[in-house]
Ligand binder design. Structure first.
Ligand code: FAD
Length: 471
């Protein structure tokens, strides 16, 4: 009889509770990954993310094989069919116990509930663990026993709990048997080369340490400048669970000697981002309707967004005539990643300048981002569209030109992604049309698809129509 670890978005050996528990059982350990191509398609898994997943899966399979743990790969098209297939699998392989780490979105929860119910008839014990967040969803409450809707008190409660309870990292398991062979596997899903992103925990931990050494202390000053490359770029790894958020805390502690839990301490701003990450995960756990396309603030469902496909195409292709927006979108399309400041700028532009449904942008991001992650993506979009918990107030409307001037002052980021503006001097690059026209180049870059000042007024009216001003 043996114990089975079901790997999902937790593709690592370090700080992996389900794997650690299985290995502590003293029984032979087997591992499983279930590919679900149709479900992934429905969840809009980006081809670049699928490629990263396949590469990490092969790396993990190799590392598990060295420890004597075979990693099996099952393909089941949809979550709905997993319970039955898994019951057959555990029956055939003499499994006594199944260990996995909990996942938060509603489809994953339903899948797991079906598995638990199905295995209850087989005598196979099911053990579930927490690892997605630093503090598990459902463990922080307001005085009235509900999940926080505002970030600041959530963060205060989060820090208090962390300081009271501390945290521990689980070590990777030692050998469980003789080393095994590993044959590389392929996932049957559209893929796009993710080779710019190394896989393997050693490489990811090296990136984490390098970020902490070089940028943890100046993150607060530099994090908003996309040309600076001063953020960690760890999001694809946190999203796939190649890295745990607790490993990030541990690395900060090593670098700084202690966790920067006070505002103003070097490193606090980065810790705060990890708390935002937990906040959105906890929100999704408490409000599963967020995974069903609904706004957090129910009354904002009445906003008459403009369903204009031509404007949306201009936004997707980076042809809006606003250089910082266009550079950001072309960066996303070509590289699968976008800097946080730019995500805020393009999301605000989509909702408040183009007045398009925010969920169109949310879906587009999921289909293209290498770090696409439901809780953070939905949280970011609803923040920008002023429909979410603790969102930007509806009247806060980024001016895309001044955002560019402020956060890409020399235009370096724009030049890197918009070759047609590469020759422009810094003082003209954010408002390039007059400079281009004077040189007979007006056709080389799109005219603005909307005029910001007018679009801003229209957005205020739109929110008013949606009832926001009266709430
Ligand atoms: P760092 O600045 O180094 O931050 C460290 C980690 O903290 C990140 O890797 C991430 O896991 C977490 N984090 C940072 N900022 C946020 C935030 N605002 N909300 C939640 N977690 C955060 N993040 C995703 O991981 N996946 C998404 O699909 C996603 N979609 C977004 C959509 C919009 C419209 C917006 C405004 C933000 C979105 N974010 C998303 C959050 C944020 O933009 C990225 O996490 C960040 O840019 C990743 O870069 P980094 O790893 O260098 O982050």
């Amino acid at each position: 009889m043996s114990v089975l670890v079901w790997f999902r978005q937790d593709l690592r050996l370090h700080d992996q509770p389900a794997l650690a528990a299985a290995c502590a059982s003293g029984e032979p350990v087997q591992a499983l990954f279930i590919a679900t191509p149709e479900q992934w398609m429905a969840h809009e898994l980006a081809p670049m993310r699928a490629d990263l997943l396949e590469r990490q899966l092969n790396q993990l399979g190799r590392e598990l094989a060295e420890l004597g743990i075979p990693l099996h790969l099952l393909e089941v098209q949809r979550f709905a069919d997993i319970a039955e297939q898994l019951a057959r699998f555990v029956g055939q392989r003499g499994i006594r116990r199944l260990c996995f780490n909990r996942e938060i979105p509603i489809d994953e929860q339903r899948r797991d509930a079906a598995v638990v119910a199905r295995l209850a008839h087989t005598g196979v014990q099911v053990s579930q663990y927490e690892q997605r967040c630093v503090l598990p969803p459902g463990t922080l409450h307001t005085g009235s026993g509900h999940m926080y809707q505002v970030f600041t008190p959530f963060a205060r409660a989060w820090l208090k709990r962390l300081l009271a309870d501390g945290f521990e990292l689980l070590p990777p398991p030692g050998p469980q048997g003789a080393a095994l062979d590993w044959q590389p596997r392929r996932l049957d899903y559209p893929k796009r080369d993710s080779g710019d992103w190394p896989v393997g925990e050693a490489a990811v931990l090296a990136r984490l340490r390098d970020f902490c050494a070089r940028h943890l202390r100046d993150y607060g000053e530099l994090r908003d400048y996309p040309a600076q490359d001063a953020t960690s770029r760890l999001s694809p790894y946190l999203a796939l669970g190649i890295l745990s958020p607790r490993q990030c805390l541990a690395a900060m502690q090593v670098e700084l000697g202690e966790l920067p839990v006070e505002r103003g301490q070097p490193g606090f701003v980065w810790l705060n981002e990890l708390i935002w990450r937990d906040f959105y995960q906890h929100l999704l756990a408490a409000h599963p309707q967020l995974a069903m396309g609904r706004p957090f603030k129910a009354h904002t469902a009445a906003i008459p967004w403009r369903k204009d496909r031509a404007l949306f195409a201009a936004w997707c292709q980076g042809k809006t005539g606003y250089p910082i927006v266009d550079a950001a979108m072309r960066c996303l399309n070509e590289s699968g990643w976008m800097h946080n400041r730019l995500r805020m700028v393009v999301a605000s532009f989509l909702a408040k300048d183009l007045h398009l449904p925010w969920w169109w942008g949310e879906h587009y991001f999921m289909r293209h981002l290498i770090d696409g992650e439901l809780a953070a993506n939905n949280g970011g979009w609803q923040w920008a569209a002023s429909t979410g918990a603790d969102a930007a107030p509806y009247f806060r409307i980024f001016n895309p030109t001044t955002q560019g001037q402020r956060f890409d002052p020399q235009g370096d980021f724009i030049r890197a992604w918009l070759p047609e503006l590469a020759a422009l001097p810094a003082k003209a690059i954010h408002t390039p049309h007059a400079w281009l026209a004077a040189r007979g180049l007006a056709d080389s870059y799109p005219q603005p698809v909307v005029e910001h000042a007018r679009a801003r007024e229209q957005a205020l009216a739109l929110f008013s129509e949606g009832g926001t001003r009266h709430v």
